[in-house]
Each structure stands twice: as structure tokens, then as C-alpha cells.
Design a binder for this molecule. Sequence first.
Ligand SMILES: O=C1NC(=O)NC(C(=O)O)N1
Length: 310
Amino acid sequence: MLDLSTFFLGRPLTAPLMNASGVWCNVNSQLHALAESEAGAMVTKSCTLLRRDGNPEPRYHTLTMGSINSMGLPNEGHQYYLDYAERHDYENKPLFFSVAGLTLDDNLTIVAQIQDAYTPALLELNLSCPNVPGKAQIAYDFDALDVILAEISSAYSRPFGVKLPPYFDIAHFDEVADILNRYEKVNFITCINSIGNGLMIDMESETVLIKPKQGFGGIGGEYVLPTALANVNAFHQRCPKKSIIGCGGVNTGEHVFMHLLAGASIVQVGTALYEQGPDIFVRLKAELAQIMQEKGYKTIREFQGKLKTL
Ligand SMILES: O=C1NC(=O)NC(C(=O)O)N1
């Protein structure tokens, strides 16, 4: 098969594919399955300081072209994932460590412990969970975004990344990129988290599909592909010194190719992974290789970020 290998912040990956945080990465058995999968990298579930049950069920529902979720950050607490990070085989594949502290102090406490653990894992700071009742998404509050990046940058000595929500206004791409570009330690940007607070309806029972927040939840899957590609390309253009990780709407090799063309260095898979399991990476690699073969590309680098305009 074609060479799908790539590099990310100096780390080799066998393929530009990984899970999206929150999917197949909550507990050790899932993390082990990802470590054994064909994914080129992997990320842990966004952790909070302490263990959380998350929102009441039903809190996830499959839709015709994706999913709606209001998990509410269920996770085993940050120490559980630090313990996993200590056991992870970094020669096998890079590990990203997702953090979604409920307060700035919680984020600083967790990050200080990652700092002290000297783990090779890469920090992905989740600033975009839409599903904790009463908690706004940090990355939609531009002043709060600036403050947290300043605080984390001074508390953490290594490069890190941020997981952003989708933006829908060019002026917002400009403003957020300006903020991110002030922080050289922000080495990567993961776009996008789910499109927050969607609503879907069951026609037969005339009710919403999930219990939390009167049925409002994050939308994922193929519905969000155009928005994900736009955010990947917008920040790729505006943040030339940072790497972009694409996330959103990926279910085929074509979708992976589009994210890479738009500027992503790695492509994350969420809803489709949730539905199909880690074997999906075998199919996505084969489909991507097939597309590259048909187009005459031998390596990812030949087309990565090379989206043309009219
Ligand atoms: O950042 C998140 N995005 C989502 O779509 N869901 C999860 C969650 O609700 O835990 N978190």
C-alpha cells in the first residue's frame, strides 16, 4: 500500500488518522483497542479534575447523517488518564491528552500535574464542550479564551494544542486566529468540536431524542463536514506557524483527503468511529491510499494544504 506515513510535531505517524477525543477513549480497554488499531495516533477522553458520571441517559443518538450527543464530560478523572499515559507505548503511536477542566483553576491543576509527570503525551486543551449544563463554551468567549491561553502558557512549559468549536463568521476566524497567534506555545489547533446545541425530533413519539438539556446536544457526523473543512482551512490560512488537526464529518477516505487538502496534518474520526469501531481505520487507510493512487500522489505531503481556489 502507498506510504501514508506523516510527521506531527516531530513525531512519526503510520497514518494521518486518529480518534476524536471522547470516542472510544474513556476507559483502559478502549484505549488499549485504539493503541492496537491502525490509527496513527490517539487521544484520551477530555478529563476533568475528578471523575464524572456525566449527563443522564439517553445522551447519545444516531441520526441519519451523524449523531447528537450530550454526554456531559463523563470521565474517570485526570489521574486515571495520567496513569494510562505512563503505561502508553509511545514507540507504537503518539498519544494526545485531552483536558476539559470545569474551571480555570482545575485546568491549571491538571496541567501542572501533566507538567510534573514528564509525559511525552501532547496536551489538547478542550475549550469547546457544549454539553455541561450552565457552562458556556470557553472558545466562544474571546476574552476568556485569551485569559486561559495566557494562564496555561505560563503554567505549562511545552507546546500544546486547543480543541475549538466551529465558528461561522469570517470576522470570528480573524479574531480567534489573532488571539491564537499571540501564543507561540499553541502549536496545534484541532477543528472542530461538535456543532453545539442542535435538536432532533422523533416523529412517532413527538419527543426529543436525548434526555439532557431538553434534547439539545452537539451535532456530529456528515452533517458537519462542510463546517469542519471551513474551520480547518480558515485556521490553516491564518495560523501558518501552527499545525491543524481536522475533525468533523469523516466517514470515508474522500473525507480524509478533503481534510488533508484543506490543511489538516492529522484527521480525527468521531461519530463514524463510535458507530463502526476501531477497524474503521483499516478501511479509511485503504480508501485514502486508493484515492492517492488514482490521483498519482505518493505521499501525503504532495497534496496536504494544497486546496485550490477558483
Ligand atoms: O467536548 C465535547 N464535545 C461533545 O460533543 N461531547 C462531549 C461531552 O459531552 O462530554 N464533549
